[in-house]
Structure formats: structure tokens, C-alpha cells
Design a protein around this ligand. Structure first.
Ligand code: MF3
Ligand code: CO
Length: 250
């Protein structure tokens, strides 16, 4: 994995372009999520939307991943592989994780959607997951330390009784999808690296109603909550500055 990179003004412009395109793909694809659609149809649509922007789907064939979109339903945490016979139904919560490459620069973002009538507890989980991202990025500022972000996200969720997934983390991003540093979503003992203007980071809380423990499946991708509880995922690519961070995928 490449080290921490500081982007130049020109590179930041390209990261902004990629981020806006990914935001639009998410908005368009989000409108299609409804009971009755298969996860494979979602992937096909997602790939089409990505390619229409002149971008490359970054997940497709990444370490052998067979699709452009990760579609993870209910207790699936991340990396759900799209399938023709996996049909979205009323009451599901569906996370879409999408990445694209535009003019050589990566963007990565995830949203969790509620389909039809969803339980109160599912809606509360989705809300806290999203809020924890915004809590975390309050600390994403030059001069702070990386783990200020981790602590903010982690405590926000733990104090509200949720389980934070430990086995998967956020990451630096740029020409590569996964650059240093790794960005945990749970409280840390050490401070982590010093944040500098020009760093671009994918911050992605993965939060469960039960414990933060997950099970990885034998297919090398599947990842579900160990206790079967619901899981939500919210991710954006951000730019660290001397002031407020810029969220590139919103
Ligand atoms: N967005 C993810 C991440 O941050 C998922 C990439 S896994 C892939 O790592 F295989 F689908 F590419
Ligand atoms: Co990511």
C-alpha cells in the first residue's frame, strides 16, 4: 500500500472532479433502490452510470472482486457481491459502496438506503452511522492527529450503545484506492499521524446494532455481523485543509 500522499493543487482539482462524479452516481443509483430489484441489476446500473461519466469502476476486478458496486443488505456489513437472485425487499437496509477512477484519481463513497417500511431501530442505526462520520470529520484538520477522528467516531457510536466494526477501517486515497494511513473507527490509545492540508482520506464508519464483531465468509468477500444484528455503512472521500475539511463526494 502506498504511503501517505499530500496532493498538489492540480491533484486536488482532479480529486474534486472524481468526487463530484461519484456523488452524482450515488444520487442516481439511490433513486433506483426499491423492493423487487436484484442486487445484480443495481450493479449493472451502477457500472453504466460510472462509465457514462468517462470513469472506470475501481472495484471491478480489484483483488478479484467481480462487480462495480458492493451491495450489502441488513446484517451484511460490506462487500456484498451482486447476484441475479438476490432481491431487495421492503424493510431492508441496503448499503451501496462505490468507487471510481477519473483522470487517474480515485473516489470512494458509501450510503445506506432504507427500502419501504423500515424499523425504527434500523433508521436510528443509519442516522447514528451518518452522524458519526460528521462528528469524526470535525477533527479532520491540519494540526490535529489522525486518531482524533477515530476517537470521535468511536465514542459517538459506543456512547449510544452501538457496536463499531474493528476489522475494517477507512484509508487514505488518491491515485490508489487504498493509501496509507488506515483510519480506524474506534477509540485509539496512540495519537496517530499528524494531519496535513492536502491529505485525502476515505472515512467510513461501519456500525452494528449489536456487537462490532463480524464474520468473514469463505468466498473471501462476504462479511456479516457475528450476532446477526443490522449494520450500516456511510463513507465519503474528504480533503484535509487548514480549516474545515472539504467533503469531495457530497
Ligand atoms: N470501498 C471499499 C473500501 O473502502 C471497498 C472496496 S472492496 C472492493 O475498501 F473489492 F470492492 F473493491
Ligand atoms: Co473505502
Amino acid at each position: 500500500m502506498p504511503g501517505v500522499t499530500i496532493k498538489s493543487q492540480r491533484e486536488i482539482e482532479l480529486m474534486r472532479d472524481a468526487g463530484k462524479l461519484l456523488r452524482d452516481v450515488h444520487l442516481r443509483l439511490g433513486e433506483e433502490i426499491a423492493a423487487g430489484i436484484s442486487t445484480l441489476e443495481i450493479d449493472r446500473l451502477g457500472e453504466e452510470l460510472i462509465r457514462k461519466t468517462g470513469s472506470i469502476p475501481s472495484f471491478l476486478n480489484y483483488e478479484g472482486y467481480p462487480a462495480s458496486v458492493c451491495v450489502s443488505i441488513n446484517d451484511e456489513v460490506v462487500h456484498g457481491i451482486p447476484k441475479a437472485d438476490r432481491i431487495i425487499k421492503d424493510g431492508d437496509i441496503v448499503s451501496l459502496d462505490i468507487g471510481l477512477i477519473h483522470n487517474g484519481f480515485q473516489s470512494d463513497a458509501a450510503r445506506t438506503h432504507a427500502v419501504g417500511q423500515v424499523s425504527e431501530e434500523a433508521l436510528a442505526l443509519m442516522k447514528v452511522t451518518e452522524e458519526s462520520f460528521f462528528e469524526g470529520i470535525k477533527y479532520a484538520k491540519a494540526g490535529n492527529h489522525l486518531h482524533d477522528i477515530s476517537n470521535a467516531i468511536g465514542y459517538y457510536c459506543i456512547e449510544r450503545g452501538y457496536g463499531v466494526v474493528h476489522d475494517l477501517v477507512g484509508h487514505g486515497i488518491g491515485r490508489d484506492m487504498h493509501e496509507a494511513p488506515q483510519i480506524p473507527n474506534f477509540p485509539q490509545k496512540r495519537k496517530g499521524i499528524l494531519l496535513c492540508a492536502g491529505m485525502t482520506l476515505a472515512i467510513e464508519p461501519m456500525i452494528n446494532i449489536g456487537t462490532g464483531d463480524v464474520i468473514f465468509h469463505d468466498d473471501g468477500w462476504g462479511c456479516t455481523t457475528a450476532d446477526g444484528s443490522l449494520s450500516a455503512h456511510y463513507e465519503n472521500t474528504i480533503l484535509v485543509t487548514d480549516g474545515k475539511p472539504e467533503v469531495l463526494t457530497l
